[in-house]
Design a protein around this ligand. Structure first.
Ligand code: ARG
Length: 459
């Protein structure tokens, strides 16, 4: 089929070659942004006296008709027209006649595609920022009910020190806060207009780039036309921010999966976010958490994919860059889906408070309390550590826990031990006393919770 750019060609490519080169199967996702960009462009062409106003009106009406159809899913795209830009231009010409061919005056697909993607990401990143907030809200609400729920804290996945469960949940709140900040900060770069950069060098037409930028709600324009059309940093940055976010979600998923195992039984994931087995009737699998953990891999892949695509491309536009889209769309879909599922999982999960607390009484995670106890009485911490280490060993040999040892055993280990060690050994006391800033002490956790609430309630 004859191409919109077919003037200098004497023969057409075969269909399978066209198919290989086409982006329309996936870039149709940009249809609304593409039309919106065109409306701004043609409006500017009119205002700057580059096109007569009756042509501009016709083109705009045609574009609005197409936009309406696009919203209703009524446009039919064709591989013969390669990408979203040429498909829309062809449809416009079919809709309003040859005057539609004036739309592309002073513009190139290179600045057009970049504009579309800036518009697209602005919308999606804004949505992602709101969804992160939703998840943070769910965490804060859960945490509120569990300030005094005590759970073993781990390092190396070995019981370390007892902590408040709310404190553990809020750790994720702060990770997500950094993610949210990163996405917000990236909007500064996403919200710049490449439109009017032309193919790479600008244009001879007296266009007004600031006008189109303003019409499209951009904060400013790319300063350099070559950079404008060849920059994909904003997409890489989006993928990188997404990779970091997914890494956080994935770590959390790993914990939910562990906690819901029969070995831990700290939580139960709601039936709505779990599945059964086709063969083992007793099973309830934390599929959604596993899937989010798994999908993190594809987001990393998308990041590395685009970094690799870009590393060898000379300035300015190269067709390689068409490869920027599928990974971006896939990441948007994955991140949005994961955030929604996650908020649902947190809101509905059941916390087995008793199991958690029982766990803290059946381990040595209170050993630090004893060492601190001695250190408080002037024993050098290193020596205190050694004394308590020996007591732990003695317990392990006898098959008991620290609270089970009689006072005379303690006295023998160190004359500084008094009756009040039994109070210090209680997990509740251990948590309650850790009130250094940002620690797990209940009063610190309450303060942190207030801070977190203030954050989620500020728009
Ligand atoms: N479909 C192309 C892409 O996604 C649009 C830009 C094409 N420009 C060009 N000069 N061939 O990158």
């Amino acid at each position: 089929m004859k191409k919109l750019w077919g003037g200098r060609f004497t023969k057409t490519a075969e269909e399978w070659v066209d198919e290989f080169g086409a982006s329309i199967p996936f870039d149709q996702e940009l249809v609304e942004e593409d039309i919106e960009g065109s409306i701004a462009h043609v409006t500017m062409l009119g205002k700057c006296g580059i096109l007569p106003s009756e042509d501009v009106e016709k083109i705009k009406n045609g574009l609005y008709t197409l936009l309406e159809k696009a919203k209703q899913g009524k446009l039919e795209f064709s591989v013969a027209y390669e990408d979203i830009h040429l498909n829309i231009e062809k449809m416009l010409i079919d809709e309003i006649g040859s005057v539609g061919g004036k739309l592309h005056t002073g513009r190139s697909r290179n600045d057009q595609v970049a504009t579309d993607m800036h518009l697209y990401l602005r919308k999606r990143v804004t949505e992602i920022i709101a969804l992160i907030r939703q998840l943070q809200k769910a965490l804060v609400e859960k945490a509120e009910g569990h300030v005094e729920t005590i759970v073993p804290g781990y390092t190396h996945l070995q019981r370390a020190q007892p902590i408040s469960f709310a404190h553990h949940l809020l750790a994720y709140f702060w990770m997500l806060e950094r993610d949210r900040e990163r996405f917000r900060e990236s909007l500064k770069r996403i919200n710049k207009s490449p439109l009017g950069a032309g193919a790479l060098a600008g244009t001879t037409f007296p266009i007004d780039r600031h006008m189109t930028a303003e019409l499209l709600g951009f904060d400013g324009i790319y300063e350099n036309s070559i950079d404008a059309v060849s920059d994909r940093d904003f997409i890489i940055e989006f993928l990188s921010n997404s990779a970091m976010l997914m890494m956080h979600l994935s770590r959390f998923c790993e914990e939910l999966i562990l906690w819901s195992s029969q070995e831990f039984q700290f939580i139960e994931i709601d039936d709505a976010f779990a599945t059964g087995s086709s063969i083992m009737p007793q099973k309830k699998n934390p599929d959604m958490a596993e899937l989010i953990r798994g999908k993190t891999g594809r987001v990393y892949g998308n990041l590395f994919g685009l970094l690799t695509v870009m590393k060898g491309t000379p300035l300015a536009y190269n067709k390689d860059m068409q490869e920027d889209k599928e990974g971006m769309f896939d990441t948007v879909k994955t991140v949005i889906g994961s955030l929604k599922i996650f908020a649902g999982m947190i809101e509905t999960m059941k916390v087995n408070v008793d199991v958690m607390e029982k766990a803290t009484k059946q381990d040595f995670s209170n050993a630090t309390e004893l060492a601190d106890y001695l250190a408080n009485k002037g024993v050098p911490f290193r020596e205190a550590h050694e004394i308590v280490g020996k007591l732990v060993l003695a317990c392990i040999e006898k098959g008991v826990f620290l609270a089970d040892l009689p006072l005379d055993v303690y006295k023998e280990a160190s004359p500084f031990f008094e009756e009040d060690i039994y109070e210090a050994l209680k997990p509740y006391t251990a948590v309650n006393r850790r009130n250094s800033a940002g620690g797990t002490g209940f009063s610190e956790v309450r303060k942190a919770l207030e801070k977190a609430k203030e954050i989620v309630n500020t728009p």
